[in-house]
Design a protein around this ligand. Structure first.
Ligand code: AHR
Length: 510
């Protein structure tokens, strides 16, 4: 008897995976830019200072859209400081991260980097210390054809063609007491509506994301979204969700592995709130969800050693998490949760990409390597394309503090009808091997052709500069399709990818 069962049927379709579900985030924070994506003089740097080793890993990760330049940073940022001749750019104090910002990288450089990385840009405007004027001027600088002041300035800076940025965030975490220029929901909603209106008058094609709550534990969570959407209804295409999970806040690994339940509820709550506003307005508009910051974050661990009382420094090491296997499994569970909501979540950004709460880490002048959490993301970016199919699991559960009974297995399937393939992503949260059986309806001509497992006897194993491949996916061949049933053994506390297609099923143990 298998430990867990479910049926996979193309009729149980949730929705199509939007490309932009696999986004990430690069902020002027710590060593994300300086020492991360940009390091002139590094052995792999190109003529413009971009680290090619990092670019290779970004492409391998499969990121589709990258949010920039913040984050908390944007709420004190003057975008004009980062354009034009480098030698004329001011050095500023960044109050968000208590750092010195040299402005060597600005919007034009970031757009050059996105072209090298093959990603779309998602730009955040400053609605903290600035407002409507700076925001609409930035849209003009980026998106208008030459013939007006800011578009001509861009051309004079060497970019006659518009950057054509389609996705814009109306500020960042404006409900947070830590935010420079924090606002009440009433103040923010009113400002977002007017800033969005002006930005769209410059370029009617842009998509706008209004700030939702900074987290589900914010005291105004829910009420904030309702007021903001009510006020910024005309301009908002999406509302943002931010969520970070700190392992130190959970008593056991089992509790930590269950934290995706919070994202699940957050998505449902924000969607319901947006729908309530829609109904009240007698509208048919469907507000999208933009989970534009999500990840594990070892915040407690860093807070102790990164106190912001020290002097201002250039590119200090901030939030350089070393992700272990447990973190990778949580990232896997969060990815599965996002996939299960593709009918509503339009955009999602793993926060962040390099060095800061990173998927990729680097040393100044040294190597770049993949964190454990890099792997589930890269797997979903590579194989999670097509239609997400619902899986209702009947399997073992366990008690997790604050979450109640939690499934031992978190799983989802993605059907690529064009390629005629199916991919199952599954996390085994339990400390024992689980046999999973999936009955294939209308897909029984497929066989298990590829399988990868990310696991380790030590749940706290991680990758380091010295051991960059300590935790890496290994190929397996145990998954079988027999009589229309996929059987797969999920090793203890592991991330699993099983690919089904019309190819040859490798011999077990091959
Ligand atoms: O991603 C790090 C920080 O987390 C961002 O700057 C902010 O938006 C969030 O609080």
């Amino acid at each position: 008897m298998p430990d867990a069962r479910a049926a996979i049927d193309p009729a149980f379709a949730i929705g199509q995976v939007d490309e932009r579900l696999l986004g990430s985030f690069v902020e002027h924070m710590g060593r994300a830019i300086y020492g991360g994506i940009y390091e002139p003089g590094h052995p792999t740097a190109d003529a413009d200072g971009w680290r090619r080793d990092v670019l290779d890993l970004v492409r391998e990760l499969g990121v589709t859209v990258v949010r920039y330049p913040g984050g908390n940073f944007v709420s004190g940022y003057r975008w004009e400081d980062g354009v034009g001749p480098r030698e004329a750019r001011p050095t500023r104090l960044d109050l968000a991260w208590h750092s010195i910002e040299p402005n060597a990288v600005g919007i034009d450089e970031f757009m050059a980097w996105t072209r090298l990385a093959g990603v779309e840009a998602m730009l955040t405007v400053n609605l903290g210390t600035r407002g409507i004027d700076a925001a609409r001027n930035l849209v003009e600088y980026c998106n208008a054809p030459v013939g007006s002041r800011y578009a001509d300035w861009r051309a004079a800076n060497g970019h006659p063609e518009p950057h054509a940025i389609g996705l814009w965030c109306l500020g960042n975490e404006m409900d947070g007491p830590w935010q420079i220029g924090r606002k009440s929901a009433l103040e923010y909603g009113t400002l977002a509506a007017e800033a969005g209106k002006a930005m769209r008058l410059v370029d009617p094609s842009i998509e706008l994301v209004a700030c939702g709550s900074s987290g589900s534990k914010m005291p105004t969570f829910g009420a904030w979204e309702e007021t903001v959407l009510d006020l910024a209804w005309e301009v908002a295409d999406h509302i943002s969700l931010h969520c970070y999970y700190d392992p130190a806040e959970y008593a056991t690994v089992g509790d930590f592995l269950a934290c995706s339940g919070d994202l699940e509820r957050m998505i449902q709550t924000v969607a319901a709130t947006a729908d309530a506003v829609t109904a009240r307005k007698g509208s048919r508009k469907r507000i999208g969800l933009s989970v534009d910051e999500w990840n594990v974050w070892h915040m407690t661990e860093h807070r102790a050693r990164e106190g912001l009382s020290r002097s201002f420094r250039r590119a200090p090491a901030i939030a350089e998490d070393e992700h272990d296997l447990a973190d990778a499994l949580v990232v896997g569970c969060l990815l599965i949760t996002l996939l299960r909501h593709v009918d509503r979540v339009r955009i999602a950004c793993l926060a962040q990409l390099v060095n800061v709460i990173p998927a990729i880490r680097t040393l100044d002048g040294g190597p770049a390597w993949r964190q454990t959490s890099f792997h589930p993301f890269a797997d979903v970016a590579r194989f999670g394309r097509g239609t997400v199919l619902r899986l209702e699991l009947d399997g073992p559960t366990y008690e997790a503090t604050g979450e109640g009974q939690v499934q031992g297995i978190e799983a989802v399937a993605v059907h690529d009808t064009e390629a005629g393939s199916l991919t199952v992503f599954a996390v085994n949260r339990l400390e024992r091997t689980l046999d999973l059986e999936l009955k294939l309806s209308d897909l029984d001509d497929l066989t298990a052709t590829e399988q990868w497992v990310l696991g380790d006897p030590d749940i706290h194993a991680s990758n380091t500069a010295l051991q960059p491949q300590r935790v890496a996916p290994r190929a397996a061949t145990a998954a079988r399709v027999d009589a229309g049933c996929l059987s797969v053994e999920l090793s203890p506390r592991s991330w699993n990818v099983v690919r089904l297609s019309r190819g040859e099923q490798p011999a077990a143990g091959a």
